[in-house]
Write a protein of this length. Structure first.
Length: 413
């Protein structure tokens, strides 16, 4: 029996046990995970160092190495993220709606776990802990399939978590890591409808599209983030500069970082903003006017308007008005996060009504598109699709509903 089928069978059986656990029982299991991750940081860092060494030898980009790297601080943040989940209310069993029909039938719709979740992700080993904790808190069993680039880190984290669950109410079989990271096995996983209830891909566009194209298991799509920031003519200078610098440089390698800056042609502080970005070591690729006017601005190619850089690079374009900004975003955006900096209410209203994206911002950085920042605790990803869940996906996104119908002998005529 292959590793995939063996672990999938264990998960399916465990999912029935998970659905019966109380909130307190799940929280006790999560506390065991949080403590174990923190207590075994030396071992986890030791294994992560192996991935970092292999990554450097393979010529990974600085952005990829940053996503791969674990530190004592990042491990502490993972443990804290699990504890934040413990503090959140368990959505399972929550009444979504309830009503009584004229014939006396009482109908109650409640939240229940999705069942077995297949998590497919790249590079970031922190996802191993975040995804496991979120899935377990929502009463699901979870199959983790990370990338080969983080194999040592992921296996160490999974080993620590499974050992912690041995003495907790959560069955340790409810958490499985697929150590076979081959594409052939991944393709089989994507079509494992007998055992998996949903797939969640988290990573670059290539991974996400590969899952969508190959999967027969339903997919909860997390999206690529070609995020835009539009600086309107009325934008306040210091606010606009602060937001732009934060949205691009606070952590360039994540999906909610700004990748394109749109400047109203009449905004008088363009030079100050571009200079601030340049001083923060951001490579600027601008339209013909900007590249001709500023020596540190390179001329943008067509591909730059649709690129998710995940690096200290930004595309910049001047536009005539908010309608032109919206038109550009609708053409090149990925329906993730878009922001406007403006003091003109009608332009903000137009931006909010005309754009189709998971999250829209006024006078704030796109970096807030995050489950923890939204108050959801750790997130499973950012959904840019329109069915089931959209935006940062927390615990509720990992549940579905069922209806309980209570009668007193009613039959249908």
């Amino acid at each position: 029996m292959s590793e995939l089928i063996e672990k999938a069978k264990l998960l399916k059986q465990s999912s029935f046990q998970m659905a019966l656990l109380s909130e307190d029982e799940k929280n006790r299991g999560l506390e065991s995970i949080a403590k174990a991750v923190a207590d075994h940081s030396d071992y986890i860092l030791q294994e992560n160092a192996k991935d970092m060494e292999l990554g450097a030898a393979s010529g990974y980009s600085p952005a990829l190495l940053d996503r791969l790297r674990l530190t004592e601080e990042r491990i502490a943040q993972m443990a804290e993220g699990v504890r934040q989940l413990i503090a959140l209310k368990d959505p399972v069993g929550e009444t979504v709606e309830e009503w009584t029909l004229q014939n006396g039938l009482n109908i109650e719709t409640i939240r229940v776990p999705l069942g077995v979740i297949g998590m497919v992700y790249e590079a970031r080993p922190n996802v191993t802990v975040d995804a496991a904790a979120l899935c377990l808190k929502a009463g699901n069993a979870v199959l983790l399939r990370g990338s080969s680039s983080a194999a040592h880190s992921n296996q160490a984290l999974a080993k620590v978590m499974k050992a912690a669950l041995q003495s907790s109410p959560i069955p340790s079989d409810a958490l499985q890591l697929l150590t076979d990271t081959s594409r052939e096995t991944a393709s089989k996983m994507f079509q494992l409808n007998e055992y998996l209830d949903v797939l969640i891909p988290r990573g670059g566009a290539g991974l996400i599209q590969a899952v969508i194209r190959q999967a027969t298991v339903p997919v909860l799509e997390t999206g690529v983030g070609n995020c835009h920031l539009f600086i309107d003519e009325s934008a306040e200078k210091e606010m606009a500069i602060q937001i732009a610098v934060n949205a691009k440089t606070q952590r360039p390698s994540v999906c909610n970082a700004a990748e394109t800056l749109l400047l109203h042609k009449n905004w008088p502080h363009q030079a100050a903003l571009l200079t601030a970005l340049h001083e923060h070591q951001v490579e600027i690729r601008g339209d013909l006017r900007l590249s001709a006017e500023y020596s540190f601005v390179k001329e943008a190619a067509e591909a730059d308007w649709s690129t998710e850089y995940l690096a200290p690079v930004i595309a910049v374009k001047t536009v005539d008005n908010v309608a032109a900004a919206v038109s550009h975003i609708n053409q090149y955006g990925t329906k993730h996060s878009e922001a406007i900096v403006s003091e003109t209410p009608e332009n903000v209203d137009w931006f909010f009504r005309a754009l189709d994206a998971a999250v829209l911002y006024h006078n704030a950085s796109t970096r807030f598109t995050d489950g923890e920042q939204f108050g959801y605790g750790a997130e499973i990803g950012i959904s840019t699709q329109k069915l089931h869940a959209r935006g940062p996906m927390g615990l509720r996104a990992l549940t579905t509903v069922k209806s309980l119908v209570r009668g007193s002998g009613q039959i249908r005529e």
